[in-house]
Design a protein around this ligand. Sequence first.
Ligand code: PMP
Length: 284
Amino acid sequence: GKIILGDQLLERSDVLIDLEDRGYQFGDGVYEVIRVYGGKLFTMKEHIDRLFQSAKKIKLDISMSPEQIQDLVESLLKENGVNFGSVYMQVTRGAAPRNHKFPLPASNTKAVFTAYTNEVPRPQSQLENGVEAITAEDIRWLRCDIKSLNLLPNVLAKQEAADSGCFEAILHRNGIVTEGSSSNAYIVKNNEVMTHPADNLILNGITRQVLATLCKDNSIPFVEKEFEVHDLLHADEVFITSTTSEVMPVIKLDGRAVGNGVPGEITRKLQSLFEAKINQETKV
Ligand code: PMP
């Protein structure tokens, strides 16, 4: 399939990325993943907005407009004929002789925008049966609100989960549960949904924001409040959310059953509300 480099659709094999691209050398860039359902982009505007917010927080000038990126991504999707899958896009601070400092304006270094598509089925059986997770220490930096390319702590946590045969690592900092290595984390206790406040310690997931609205519209208490590892391990229900995992039940934590060891009632309710939201947005 085709990919995007800058404002052009190209063959992947025709694209060269410079050895001194700052994304490659410093992780100096930001990214987004947008889900595609039946050929339609889900919450595209929100993802493109967040890309610009992340870029701004690292003083990176994307030098394209959100509308331009939207048009490019839509044409890429059409070109590649993606049905169920995702679009990955990233922006780096560009290629310049290696130096930690930003390239000088006079050097005319331009941000490098790239995007490509993937065909990925929805995780049906995991959504149905739930997944297992481990708990792990959150060793990331203090600006987790930025969707930056620096994912080494997330990679290490995810691998630790995989090594234990688990789907996700749910992270904690000073005893407080923050989020998953690539997801937001929630507990249900006494019919209340609780998740970490959207501050600098977590990424405010687009799925999380959709879920907050769905809860509000359906009179399900959605509480943004810190909770401890102990609360996680003794919750009635646990689930995680992300663009690719949607609303994913967690049925075991560190090898022990969560609640009854099956996806909980509130989690099921949120899954069906989320499903309706997907249908509403992508089947018009
Ligand atoms: N937190 C982290 C650390 C993530 O990597 C992700 C997935 N990108 C999320 C939360 C969930 O965000 P979203 O719902 O926007 O995919």
